[in-house]
Design a binder for this molecule. Structure first.
Ligand SMILES: [Mg+2]
Length: 289
């Protein structure tokens, strides 16, 4: 398949912005895309050490007066089942011996107050919370390069939909990006959302004829999500890519964190998200055979 044809049939979040006519789009050709590249958002696309992670710390502090150290949160996340930051906050309170535990609804309200600092359903311009302090780890041209190489891409994230849309649309400038966020599929490490988005983007059902699917995440839960997708559809190639979250990039504990990702089943460990290039993806696809 030529690269030009492959690109032409892609459902593109970039293309939508540059479309200048009202002519009906040509009928898609029945071509098979090379691969689907899916991304986690927090720790992969944006640095959340000063936002989501800080909201965990301040939420726990609000209820029990204790601020968990970053290493405590890393250890919890390393268990692979605390992808939801509300549940993670509640679990930290429980382990700290705080009694009685707050109602989940009450905890979510405190968490949102710190993170959004305003109504998540309202205009992001009115938000005053930690969400305003999220350095980006890639820029829009990163996705343009993947797209130009005939790779489909999208996002599978446990972040709340308004937060995920904020970073993808407002900060990165992506138009209607393919996204499955919190509440739109079972929480990771359940692979349902990952499998579904890969099917939607490629237009092919999962299984023997499924398109190779790569997922880049920063936690053990992200890696397990891929291994479970593989268990569900053993005949489809799934590749787990992992990267340490930015707050660990210069930390002594980085190599232990990466070893845990490898032990969980990560196929490739990246130095940073922006190291992911179409050439690297091509090389891994060739190795898959
Ligand atoms: Mg993450």
């Amino acid at each position: 398949m030529s690269e030009a044809l492959s690109v032409a049939v892609m459902v593109s979040a970039l293309k939508a912005e540059s479309q200048t006519t009202n002519l009906p789009a040509p009928a898609p050709l029945p071509l098979i895309p090379k691969a689907v590249l899916l991304f986690d958002i927090d720790g992969v696309i944006r640095d959340v050490s000063g936002s989501y992670r800080r909201a965990i710390v301040e939420t726990v502090h609000h209820f029990c007066g204790w601020r968990p150290e970053p290493a405590v949160i890393d250890a919890l996340k390393g268990e692979g089942c605390w992808n939801n930051d509300w549940d993670a906050s509640l679990e930290l309170l429980r382990r700290h011996g705080h009694q009685p535990l707050p109602e989940r609804e009450q905890l979510v309200a405190v968490f949102s107050g710190h993170y959004f600092g305003g109504d998540p359903e309202e205009d992001p311009g009115s938000w005053t919370g930690f969400i305003g302090q999220e350095p980006l780890l890639v820029e829009r041209p990163f996705f343009e390069r993947l797209e130009a190489a005939g790779l489909l891409w999208g996002f599978v994230s446990g972040a709340e939909p308004p937060s995920a849309r904020f970073v993808l649309e407002r900060r990165l400038g992506l138009s209607d990006p393919p996204l499955i966020a919190m509440g739109e599929a079972p929480d990771k490490p359940d692979p349902t959302g990952l499998i579904r988005l890969a099917e939607q983007l490629s237009g092919r059902p999962a299984g023997a004829g499924g398109v190779p699917t790569l997922y880049l995440g920063d936690t053990v839960a992200d890696v397990i999500t891929v291994t479970r997708a593989r268990q569900r559809h053993p005949q489809q190639p799934y590749l787990s890519l992992a990267v340490a979250p930015p707050h660990l990039h210069n930390a002594p504990s980085r190599s232990a964190y990466e070893s845990a990702l490898r032990r969980a089943g990560a196929d490739q460990i990246l130095e940073r998200t922006s190291d992911l290039t179409p050439d690297l993806v091509e090389r891994w696809l060739q190795q898959l055979g």
